[in-house]
Write a protein that binds this ligand. Structure first.
Ligand SMILES: *Cc1c(COP(=O)(O)O)cnc(C)c1O
Length: 344
């Protein structure tokens, strides 16, 4: 299928002149900065942060094995999702396609931008159904959102099915890999060079344990990334976030040990859940949470709340009747959960 980026960029985005910050217009060496109305007295954060996040991108490029010009950083992946919709979807005209059930932000961002959402059902094992997905593409479909490992089901989508969709669509396929570091599978980042219409989302919020600093990563061709840079708020990543992110990215070992511990706990939690009478099915997980089917999810959810334990009730979601989504916690947290479930 012929992919032409120029054809899918919104006309106003194509023609707009981006905001040019003081730091955009000067990029050399200087010692006196009187260009940005900053307060000259140091507070550690009195200066505006690097709008291009150069150091941070160099580190991420090294870890992810992509070019620095193939990286967009957002205030969480949520900002990248919003900007992708705003860059490529004409409100009230264009459409996005979202296989369900999945992460709710894609639909919410589309709705905020007045972009129509078309939905298609994942298979009973929460994998892509190629035929129905391709049939649901219309002449107005600009983006398809895929999530692998998928939230709330926890499974990876089959890689060959993802590729099938990418190959047979002339818009962008956004592959959200928020949980990829908990899976056995390689990221699709190595495939970016083969598919010009592939966009990958990752985040520091899960495996890196940094949900509080809000740093989402978007990987794609240099051409797609430059469109996002054109429309982003100039200082979208705070100085504090850039510093903390860099600090943690320099310690891959700590992150790997942390992920391994969570994987160990995931296995033990799954075993504990499987032994309970109230649990009828545990879905296999490639992420840091488990989808579990219960006899009466709503009641279990309410009962857990009375003991001070919060899980995610997904029982109203497509294909998830009577299901709760449970994040893997510390050994003590998991034990408290299992004990509370035993008493219910
Ligand atoms: C948690 C999660 C994210 C992370 O979003 P951030 O804004 O980066 O915190 C992205 N996608 C999915 C599917 C998630 O579950």
């Amino acid at each position: 299928m012929e992919f032409d980026l120029e054809k899918i960029i919104r006309q106003n985005v194509k023609s707009l002149k981006p905001y040019s910050s003081a730091r955009d217009e000067f990029d050399g060496n200087a010692s006196v900065f009187l260009d940005a109305n900053e307060n000259p007295y140091p507070t550690r954060y009195n200066r505006y942060p690097d709008p291009h996040q150069k150091k941070l991108k160099e580190k991420i490029a090294e870890i992810k094995k992509v070019g620095t010009d193939q990286i967009f950083l957002g205030n969480g992946s949520d900002e990248a999702i919003d900007l992708l919709i705003r860059a490529f979807c004409e409100p009230a005209i264009d459409e996005v396609l979202i296989p369900q059930p999945t992460y709710g932000m894609y639909s919410v961002c589309a709705a905020i931008n007045n972009v129509k959402v078309n939905e298609v059902k994942l298979s009973p094992t929460f994998d892509l159904d190629i035929k129905s997905t391709l049939e649901a593409i219309t002449s107005q479909t600009k983006l398809i959102f895929l999530c692998s490992p998928n939230n709330p089901s926890g499974n990876l989508l089959s890689a060959n099915r993802v590729i099938e969709i990418v190959k047979n669509f002339d818009g962008l396929v956004i592959l959200d890999e928020a949980y990829i570091d908990f899976s056995e599978s390689d990221s699709f980042t190595a495939k970016l060079k083969d598919y010009a219409n592939l966009v990958i989302l990752q985040t520091l919020s899960k495996a890196w344990g940094l949900a509080g600093i809000r740093l989402g990563m978007c990987f794609a061709s240099q051409a797609i990334i430059s469109v996002l840079h054109k429309i982003k708020p100039p200082y979208n990543i705070s100085g504090a976030t850039q510093e903390i992110a860099l600090d943690h990215l320099n310690d891959c070992k700590r992150k790997m040990e942390n992920v391994n511990e969570i994987l160990f706990q995931r296995a033990s939690l799954a075993k504990g859940l499987a032994s309970l009478k109230s649990v009828t099915k545990i879905y296999p997980s490639d992420a840091n949470f488990i989808l579990a089917r219960m006899n009466n999810a709503k009641q279990v959810y309410q009962n857990l709340l009375t003991t001070g334990i919060v899980v995610r009730d997904r029982s109203n979601v497509l294909l998830c009747d009577n299901c709760l989504r449970i994040s893997v916690g510390t050994p003590l947290e998991n034990q408290k959960l299992l004990e509370a479930l035993k008493r219910i």
